[in-house]
Write a protein that binds this ligand. Structure first.
Ligand code: ISE
Length: 333
């Protein structure tokens, strides 16, 4: 049996997801794609073989041939479309963030619990990245002892013109927030944001250093530098009691000539995390067939948004901010 998938959003991420579903996923096929720009939806449908191209996302959700929906529209629309999928009883993979506003995430959580069935997966694709997977397995092996610190760097070659200091936290750092919780099996309790001198290439506070403390006493520090100029570069190092576990440079080859060794950085996150996106989308399809949830839940989506919101408060206050979370419902344990 092959599941019919509908994609909402035909921008950079939606078009990529449509291609992944159409070409790389077993047990699923692309049926429909929606975008506010109908020409863009039509062009992706022509490329991927989707039967329906529309500018009405609700037509995708309501299409009887669509068994599950992937949402990759602008962030502010995520919660509404996810709620429409829940109303229709259809599984949904929603790109991060589940919603920019914490209260909207909680509305989704409540609607999912009311329906009594886990239907929402949030697109924190790093959980499916083989390198982070190896780090987690190494940590869980206990060969290195308990984790004490997690050093991260998140560098983009350049940020879009509409980027802001707050987005640096709720659009970019939100990935480290989720992956730190997942790797350490811990919750983040406090956050502080340090602003170094700003790069002349940036129109906002860039770089930033975000420092979290976990409920197990670990420190997580994240350098965000979204106009680093040289490429897309994600670093992570777990410092444990008797050793360290780091992400190795994600390359297949390097060159050596004239006394110099070099390798290429990806221009952005899509090539860097290509395997993660494919594995995430396959795990989502498999989870629908098996009925066993995979990846980040709506609850994880809520926590990531709540932590990011505290980060934005810390950016504004300059002080350490406590992170308050609702108690975790048994539904998500
Ligand atoms: C972007 O929205 C993403 O989700 C990328 O994974 C991240 O690296 C980038 O900084 C964000 O702007």
């Amino acid at each position: 049996m092959s599941l019919g998938i509908g994609v909402i959003g035909a921008g950079i991420m939606g078009a990529d997801h449509a291609r992944i579903i159409a070409g790389q996923i077993a047990g699923a096929h692309l049926v429909a794609i929606a975008d506010a720009d109908l020409a863009r939806a039509r062009s992706v449908a022509a490329e991927t073989g989707a039967k329906l191209a529309t500018d009405d996302p609700l037509a995708v959700i309501g299409d009887p041939a669509v068994a599950a929906v992937l949402i990759a529209s602008p962030d502010a629309t995520h919660a509404d479309y996810t709620l429409a999928c829940l109303k229709a009883g259809k599984p949904v993979l929603c790109e991060k963030p589940l919603a920019p506003k914490t209260e909207d995430c909680l509305t989704v959580v409540e609607a999912e619990m009311k329906g009594g069935k886990r239907l929402v997966q949030v697109g924190f694709m790093r959980r499916f990245d083989p390198a982070y997977g190896e780090m987690r397995a190494a940590l869980q092996s206990n060969d290195f002892g308990p984790a004490l610190m997690f050093h991260c760097a998140h560098r983009n070659a350049s940020a879009p013109s509409f980027f802001t200091s707050a987005m640096s936290i709720n659009n970019s750092c939100v990935h480290e927030i989720d992956i730190a919780r997942w790797l350490l099996a811990a919750e983040l309790k406090t956050v502080r944001v340090i602003k170094p001198r700003a790069s002349s290439a940036a129109g906002f506070d860039d770089p930033l250093l975000v420092v979290f403390e976990t409920d197990q006493g670990q420190v997580v520090d994240v350098e965000l530098y979204l106009n680093c100029g040289y490429g897309y570069d994600i670093k992570g190092e777990l410092v444990c009691e008797t050793g360290t576990i780091s992400l190795a440079p994600p390359v297949n080859s390097e060159t050596r000539a004239a006394g110099v060794s070099s390798f290429r950085f990806a221009p952005d996150w899509r090539p860097r995390f290509a395997a993660a996106y494919r594995l995430q989308n396959q795990a989502w399809v498999n989870s629908i067939t098996s009925g066993k949830p995979a990846g980040a839940s709506a609850w994880d989506g809520y926590v990531a948004s709540a932590v990011a919101a505290a980060g934005v408060r810390a950016l504004e206050s300059g002080a350490a901010e406590a992170i308050h979370l609702e108690p975790k419902p048994a539904f998500y344990v």
